[in-house]
Design a protein around this ligand. Structure first.
Ligand SMILES: [Zn+2]
Ligand SMILES: [Zn+2]
Length: 372
Protein backbone atom coordinates (compact mmCIF):
# COMPACT_ATOMS: atom_id res chain seq x y z
CA UNK A 1 0.00 0.00 0.00
CA UNK A 2 1.19 3.49 -0.89
CA UNK A 3 2.12 5.48 2.21
CA UNK A 4 0.24 8.69 2.86
CA UNK A 5 2.78 11.52 2.62
CA UNK A 6 1.19 14.08 4.93
CA UNK A 7 -0.92 14.07 8.07
CA UNK A 8 -3.18 16.72 9.50
CA UNK A 9 -1.98 17.57 13.00
CA UNK A 10 -2.75 20.19 15.63
CA UNK A 11 0.38 22.14 16.44
CA UNK A 12 0.93 24.02 19.70
CA UNK A 13 3.23 26.89 18.76
CA UNK A 14 2.87 29.24 21.72
CA UNK A 15 1.81 28.34 25.27
CA UNK A 16 -1.68 29.51 26.17
CA UNK A 17 -2.53 30.50 22.58
CA UNK A 18 -5.05 28.78 20.25
CA UNK A 19 -3.75 25.68 18.50
CA UNK A 20 -3.73 25.53 14.69
CA UNK A 21 -4.20 22.53 12.40
CA UNK A 22 -1.32 22.00 9.95
CA UNK A 23 -0.27 19.42 7.38
CA UNK A 24 2.94 17.77 8.52
CA UNK A 25 5.10 15.27 6.63
CA UNK A 26 4.90 11.59 7.59
CA UNK A 27 8.34 10.12 8.37
CA UNK A 28 9.68 7.08 6.49
CA UNK A 29 8.58 3.88 8.24
CA UNK A 30 11.78 2.14 9.38
CA UNK A 31 12.10 -1.52 10.34
CA UNK A 32 9.92 -2.32 13.39
CA UNK A 33 8.28 1.12 13.26
CA UNK A 34 4.50 1.43 12.76
CA UNK A 35 2.34 4.09 11.16
CA UNK A 36 -1.18 4.37 12.60
CA UNK A 37 -4.25 6.41 11.81
CA UNK A 38 -5.50 7.94 15.04
CA UNK A 39 -9.03 6.71 15.73
CA UNK A 40 -9.45 8.37 19.11
CA UNK A 41 -7.30 10.52 21.39
CA UNK A 42 -8.27 11.29 24.97
CA UNK A 43 -7.80 14.71 26.54
CA UNK A 44 -6.78 14.87 30.18
CA UNK A 45 -5.84 17.44 32.77
CA UNK A 46 -2.19 17.11 31.76
CA UNK A 47 -3.04 18.33 28.24
CA UNK A 48 -4.73 21.43 29.68
CA UNK A 49 -1.69 22.25 31.86
CA UNK A 50 0.65 21.44 28.97
CA UNK A 51 -1.26 23.81 26.67
CA UNK A 52 -0.83 26.59 29.24
CA UNK A 53 2.88 25.81 29.78
CA UNK A 54 2.20 24.82 33.39
CA UNK A 55 3.85 21.41 33.63
CA UNK A 56 6.79 22.90 35.50
CA UNK A 57 10.54 23.06 35.02
CA UNK A 58 11.90 20.25 32.87
CA UNK A 59 8.44 19.10 31.78
CA UNK A 60 7.40 21.88 29.41
CA UNK A 61 8.78 20.93 26.01
CA UNK A 62 10.40 23.38 23.59
CA UNK A 63 7.70 24.39 21.08
CA UNK A 64 6.24 23.61 18.59
CA UNK A 65 4.77 20.24 19.56
CA UNK A 66 1.86 17.93 18.74
CA UNK A 67 0.02 17.19 21.98
CA UNK A 68 -1.94 14.05 22.83
CA UNK A 69 -0.66 11.06 24.82
CA UNK A 70 -3.81 8.90 25.17
CA UNK A 71 -4.23 7.32 21.78
CA UNK A 72 -5.94 4.47 19.95
CA UNK A 73 -4.44 3.98 16.49
CA UNK A 74 -5.35 1.73 13.56
CA UNK A 75 -2.31 0.20 11.86
CA UNK A 76 -1.69 1.60 8.37
CA UNK A 77 1.85 0.34 7.82
CA UNK A 78 4.00 -2.16 9.70
CA UNK A 79 7.79 -1.81 9.49
CA UNK A 80 9.73 -4.96 8.64
CA UNK A 81 10.13 -7.34 11.57
CA UNK A 82 7.19 -6.01 13.62
CA UNK A 83 4.92 -9.05 13.70
CA UNK A 84 3.36 -9.34 17.15
CA UNK A 85 2.27 -7.27 20.13
CA UNK A 86 3.56 -7.73 23.70
CA UNK A 87 1.06 -10.52 24.29
CA UNK A 88 2.30 -12.47 21.26
CA UNK A 89 -0.81 -11.60 19.21
CA UNK A 90 -0.07 -11.22 15.49
CA UNK A 91 -0.29 -7.66 14.19
CA UNK A 92 -2.03 -6.84 10.90
CA UNK A 93 -2.91 -3.75 8.91
CA UNK A 94 -6.23 -2.48 10.29
CA UNK A 95 -5.68 -3.71 13.88
CA UNK A 96 -6.23 -1.18 16.65
CA UNK A 97 -3.36 -0.74 19.10
CA UNK A 98 -2.16 1.29 22.08
CA UNK A 99 1.46 1.83 23.07
CA UNK A 100 3.53 2.91 26.04
CA UNK A 101 5.87 5.84 26.47
CA UNK A 102 9.21 4.42 25.39
CA UNK A 103 11.99 3.51 27.79
CA UNK A 104 15.60 2.87 26.78
CA UNK A 105 16.24 -0.53 28.37
CA UNK A 106 19.86 0.59 28.89
CA UNK A 107 19.95 2.98 31.87
CA UNK A 108 20.39 2.22 35.59
CA UNK A 109 16.64 2.39 36.26
CA UNK A 110 15.81 0.09 33.34
CA UNK A 111 18.57 -2.44 33.92
CA UNK A 112 19.52 -2.44 37.59
CA UNK A 113 16.30 -1.37 39.32
CA UNK A 114 14.13 -3.00 36.64
CA UNK A 115 11.78 0.01 36.89
CA UNK A 116 11.39 1.28 33.32
CA UNK A 117 8.80 3.83 34.50
CA UNK A 118 11.75 5.68 36.04
CA UNK A 119 13.90 5.44 32.86
CA UNK A 120 16.30 8.39 32.48
CA UNK A 121 15.78 8.48 28.72
CA UNK A 122 12.00 8.09 28.36
CA UNK A 123 10.61 9.25 25.04
CA UNK A 124 7.14 10.64 25.25
CA UNK A 125 4.27 10.72 22.80
CA UNK A 126 2.48 14.07 22.97
CA UNK A 127 5.54 16.14 23.87
CA UNK A 128 7.62 16.32 20.67
CA UNK A 129 8.22 18.47 17.60
CA UNK A 130 5.79 17.90 14.70
CA UNK A 131 8.52 16.30 12.53
CA UNK A 132 8.51 13.33 14.93
CA UNK A 133 4.72 12.90 14.35
CA UNK A 134 4.32 11.49 17.84
CA UNK A 135 1.22 13.23 19.23
CA UNK A 136 -2.34 11.97 19.34
CA UNK A 137 -4.10 15.19 18.30
CA UNK A 138 -3.42 14.38 14.67
CA UNK A 139 -4.57 12.07 11.88
CA UNK A 140 -1.48 9.87 12.06
CA UNK A 141 1.15 8.86 14.61
CA UNK A 142 4.59 7.39 13.93
CA UNK A 143 5.39 4.63 16.41
CA UNK A 144 9.15 4.18 16.85
CA UNK A 145 10.95 0.82 16.58
CA UNK A 146 11.54 0.33 20.35
CA UNK A 147 7.97 1.31 21.36
CA UNK A 148 6.05 -1.61 22.85
CA UNK A 149 2.47 -1.96 21.61
CA UNK A 150 -0.64 -3.91 22.61
CA UNK A 151 -3.56 -4.88 20.45
CA UNK A 152 -7.06 -3.83 21.54
CA UNK A 153 -9.41 -6.83 21.80
CA UNK A 154 -11.80 -6.82 18.85
CA UNK A 155 -14.95 -6.96 20.95
CA UNK A 156 -14.13 -3.70 22.77
CA UNK A 157 -15.05 -0.27 21.41
CA UNK A 158 -12.81 2.80 21.35
CA UNK A 159 -15.08 4.46 23.91
CA UNK A 160 -14.76 1.50 26.29
CA UNK A 161 -10.98 1.42 26.08
CA UNK A 162 -9.66 4.98 25.58
CA UNK A 163 -9.30 5.45 29.36
CA UNK A 164 -6.75 2.62 29.45
CA UNK A 165 -4.27 4.83 27.60
CA UNK A 166 -3.72 7.11 30.61
CA UNK A 167 -5.77 6.82 33.80
CA UNK A 168 -6.56 3.11 33.95
CA UNK A 169 -3.04 1.86 33.25
CA UNK A 170 -1.84 4.24 36.03
CA UNK A 171 -4.37 2.69 38.38
CA UNK A 172 -3.26 -0.85 37.47
CA UNK A 173 0.40 0.06 38.08
CA UNK A 174 -0.50 1.77 41.37
CA UNK A 175 -2.55 -1.19 42.61
CA UNK A 176 0.40 -3.46 41.89
CA UNK A 177 2.65 -1.24 44.03
CA UNK A 178 -0.02 -1.22 46.73
CA UNK A 179 -0.07 -5.00 46.68
CA UNK A 180 -3.77 -4.93 45.77
CA UNK A 181 -6.76 -4.51 48.07
CA UNK A 182 -7.04 -7.26 50.68
CA UNK A 183 -10.30 -9.10 51.19
CA UNK A 184 -12.92 -6.90 52.85
CA UNK A 185 -10.76 -3.78 53.25
CA UNK A 186 -12.67 -0.51 53.18
CA UNK A 187 -11.37 1.90 50.56
CA UNK A 188 -11.79 5.67 50.29
CA UNK A 189 -11.02 7.21 46.92
CA UNK A 190 -10.29 10.93 46.82
CA UNK A 191 -11.37 12.35 43.47
CA UNK A 192 -13.90 11.25 40.86
CA UNK A 193 -12.03 12.03 37.66
CA UNK A 194 -10.80 9.17 35.45
CA UNK A 195 -8.16 8.04 38.00
CA UNK A 196 -10.72 7.98 40.81
CA UNK A 197 -13.30 6.21 38.65
CA UNK A 198 -10.93 3.44 37.51
CA UNK A 199 -9.66 3.08 41.09
CA UNK A 200 -13.32 2.61 42.11
CA UNK A 201 -14.11 -0.18 39.66
CA UNK A 202 -10.77 -1.89 40.37
CA UNK A 203 -11.44 -1.76 44.14
CA UNK A 204 -14.96 -3.14 43.62
CA UNK A 205 -13.59 -6.08 41.61
CA UNK A 206 -10.88 -6.67 44.26
CA UNK A 207 -13.40 -7.80 46.90
CA UNK A 208 -13.08 -4.56 48.84
CA UNK A 209 -15.44 -3.96 51.77
CA UNK A 210 -16.99 -0.52 51.33
CA UNK A 211 -15.86 1.65 48.44
CA UNK A 212 -16.40 5.33 49.24
CA UNK A 213 -15.70 8.10 46.72
CA UNK A 214 -15.21 11.78 47.60
CA UNK A 215 -15.60 14.05 44.58
CA UNK A 216 -17.86 15.91 42.19
CA UNK A 217 -19.65 17.10 40.20
CA UNK A 218 -22.84 15.06 40.11
CA UNK A 219 -22.27 13.30 36.74
CA UNK A 220 -18.92 11.92 37.85
CA UNK A 221 -20.36 10.64 41.13
CA UNK A 222 -23.27 9.05 39.27
CA UNK A 223 -20.73 7.16 37.15
CA UNK A 224 -18.74 6.24 40.29
CA UNK A 225 -21.92 4.57 41.60
CA UNK A 226 -22.42 2.68 38.35
CA UNK A 227 -18.79 1.56 38.56
CA UNK A 228 -19.19 0.10 42.04
CA UNK A 229 -19.03 2.87 44.67
CA UNK A 230 -21.18 2.06 47.72
CA UNK A 231 -21.18 5.65 48.99
CA UNK A 232 -20.30 8.98 47.43
CA UNK A 233 -19.56 12.22 49.26
CA UNK A 234 -20.16 15.34 47.21
CA UNK A 235 -17.35 17.75 47.98
CA UNK A 236 -19.45 20.82 47.09
CA UNK A 237 -22.08 19.85 49.65
CA UNK A 238 -19.83 18.54 52.41
CA UNK A 239 -17.24 21.30 52.30
CA UNK A 240 -15.68 20.82 55.73
CA UNK A 241 -12.99 18.08 55.83
CA UNK A 242 -13.93 17.39 59.49
CA UNK A 243 -17.50 16.64 58.42
CA UNK A 244 -16.29 14.38 55.60
CA UNK A 245 -14.11 12.50 58.10
CA UNK A 246 -17.08 12.11 60.46
CA UNK A 247 -19.18 10.59 57.67
CA UNK A 248 -16.36 8.22 56.69
CA UNK A 249 -15.76 7.10 60.28
CA UNK A 250 -19.48 6.34 60.59
CA UNK A 251 -19.22 4.14 57.51
CA UNK A 252 -16.06 2.34 58.72
CA UNK A 253 -16.79 1.26 62.31
CA UNK A 254 -15.24 4.43 63.72
CA UNK A 255 -11.75 3.41 62.64
CA UNK A 256 -11.43 4.83 59.11
CA UNK A 257 -10.57 3.01 55.89
CA UNK A 258 -7.69 0.55 55.64
CA UNK A 259 -6.81 2.00 52.23
CA UNK A 260 -7.04 5.55 50.87
CA UNK A 261 -6.33 6.29 47.22
CA UNK A 262 -5.52 9.87 46.19
CA UNK A 263 -6.79 10.60 42.70
CA UNK A 264 -7.87 14.24 42.99
CA UNK A 265 -4.58 16.01 42.35
CA UNK A 266 -5.42 18.48 45.10
CA UNK A 267 -2.49 19.06 47.50
CA UNK A 268 -4.88 19.58 50.46
CA UNK A 269 -6.25 16.07 49.93
CA UNK A 270 -2.98 14.66 51.30
CA UNK A 271 -3.57 15.84 54.88
CA UNK A 272 -7.18 14.73 54.71
CA UNK A 273 -6.12 11.28 53.53
CA UNK A 274 -3.57 10.81 56.31
CA UNK A 275 -6.08 12.11 58.86
CA UNK A 276 -8.89 9.69 57.93
CA UNK A 277 -6.87 6.52 57.32
CA UNK A 278 -7.07 3.69 59.85
CA UNK A 279 -4.02 2.97 62.00
CA UNK A 280 -1.77 0.60 60.05
CA UNK A 281 -3.41 1.67 56.79
CA UNK A 282 -1.98 2.20 53.33
CA UNK A 283 -2.16 5.39 51.29
CA UNK A 284 -1.68 5.15 47.52
CA UNK A 285 -0.99 8.49 45.85
CA UNK A 286 -1.72 8.45 42.12
CA UNK A 287 -3.23 11.71 41.01
CA UNK A 288 -0.97 14.24 42.65
CA UNK A 289 0.47 16.71 40.14
CA UNK A 290 0.03 19.82 42.30
CA UNK A 291 3.16 21.86 42.99
CA UNK A 292 1.40 23.64 45.87
CA UNK A 293 3.21 23.20 49.22
CA UNK A 294 1.11 22.13 52.20
CA UNK A 295 2.13 21.99 55.86
CA UNK A 296 2.12 18.52 57.32
CA UNK A 297 2.88 16.80 60.64
CA UNK A 298 5.26 13.94 59.70
CA UNK A 299 4.96 12.18 63.09
CA UNK A 300 1.43 11.16 62.06
CA UNK A 301 2.98 8.64 59.67
CA UNK A 302 4.85 7.08 62.59
CA UNK A 303 2.07 7.36 65.17
CA UNK A 304 -0.48 5.74 62.87
CA UNK A 305 2.13 3.38 61.41
CA UNK A 306 0.88 3.99 57.87
CA UNK A 307 2.49 3.17 54.55
CA UNK A 308 2.54 5.87 51.86
CA UNK A 309 3.04 4.73 48.27
CA UNK A 310 3.60 7.01 45.28
CA UNK A 311 3.12 5.77 41.74
CA UNK A 312 3.41 7.43 38.35
CA UNK A 313 2.57 6.20 34.86
CA UNK A 314 2.79 2.57 33.77
CA UNK A 315 4.41 0.14 31.36
CA UNK A 316 2.89 -1.88 28.54
CA UNK A 317 1.96 -4.82 30.79
CA UNK A 318 -0.38 -2.52 32.72
CA UNK A 319 -2.13 -1.53 29.47
CA UNK A 320 -2.57 -5.20 28.65
CA UNK A 321 -3.96 -6.02 32.10
CA UNK A 322 -6.34 -3.03 32.00
CA UNK A 323 -7.67 -4.09 28.58
CA UNK A 324 -8.19 -7.66 29.79
CA UNK A 325 -10.02 -6.31 32.87
CA UNK A 326 -12.42 -4.38 30.64
CA UNK A 327 -12.92 -7.42 28.41
CA UNK A 328 -13.81 -9.61 31.43
CA UNK A 329 -16.19 -7.02 32.89
CA UNK A 330 -17.52 -5.52 29.65
CA UNK A 331 -21.15 -6.36 30.39
CA UNK A 332 -20.99 -5.62 34.10
CA UNK A 333 -20.02 -1.91 33.99
CA UNK A 334 -20.81 0.79 31.38
CA UNK A 335 -17.16 1.57 30.59
CA UNK A 336 -18.01 3.69 27.54
CA UNK A 337 -19.82 6.24 29.70
CA UNK A 338 -16.51 7.80 30.73
CA UNK A 339 -16.40 9.54 27.32
CA UNK A 340 -18.27 12.75 28.07
CA UNK A 341 -17.96 14.39 24.63
CA UNK A 342 -16.46 13.81 21.18
CA UNK A 343 -14.73 16.56 19.22
CA UNK A 344 -13.25 16.80 15.74
CA UNK A 345 -9.54 17.55 15.36
CA UNK A 346 -10.40 21.12 14.31
CA UNK A 347 -12.29 21.61 17.61
CA UNK A 348 -9.22 21.00 19.79
CA UNK A 349 -9.29 24.48 21.37
CA UNK A 350 -12.92 24.13 22.42
CA UNK A 351 -12.24 20.64 23.80
CA UNK A 352 -9.29 21.85 25.90
CA UNK A 353 -11.28 24.84 27.15
CA UNK A 354 -14.25 22.69 28.23
CA UNK A 355 -11.84 20.34 30.01
CA UNK A 356 -10.24 23.33 31.75
CA UNK A 357 -13.65 24.56 32.89
CA UNK A 358 -14.44 21.18 34.46
CA UNK A 359 -17.35 20.50 32.09
CA UNK A 360 -15.97 17.12 30.99
CA UNK A 361 -14.99 13.73 32.44
CA UNK A 362 -13.08 12.36 29.45
CA UNK A 363 -13.48 14.37 26.24
CA UNK A 364 -11.94 12.79 23.16
CA UNK A 365 -10.84 13.72 19.69
CA UNK A 366 -12.75 11.26 17.50
CA UNK A 367 -11.32 10.84 14.00
CA UNK A 368 -13.39 7.83 13.02
CA UNK A 369 -15.81 9.97 11.01
CA UNK A 370 -13.00 11.19 8.76
CA UNK A 371 -11.28 7.84 8.18
CA UNK A 372 -12.43 5.51 5.46
ZN1 LIG B 1 -3.53 11.71 30.21
ZN1 LIG C 1 16.12 3.56 30.64
Amino acid sequence: MENPKFSKATVLEEYGKPIQVHEVPIPKIEARAILVQVEMAGICGTDVHQHQGELGVGNDSPLPIIQGHEIIGKIVKLGEGRDTDVNGEPLHIGDRIMWEQTNCGQCYYCQVLNQPILCSNREYYGFLHPVALRGGFAEHVYITPPTKVVKIPQELTNEETIGVACAFRCVVAGYEKLGGIRFGENVVIQGSGPIGLYATVAARESNAGKVIVIGGPEERLALAKKWGADHVIKIDEVKDPAERKKQILELTNGRGPEVVIEGSGNAQAFNEGVDMIQKGGRYLILGMTSQTPVSFVPSLIVDKCITIIGSISATIGHYHKALQFIKRNQHKYPFAEIVSNKYRLEEINEALENMRLGKEIKPVIDNTGRLE
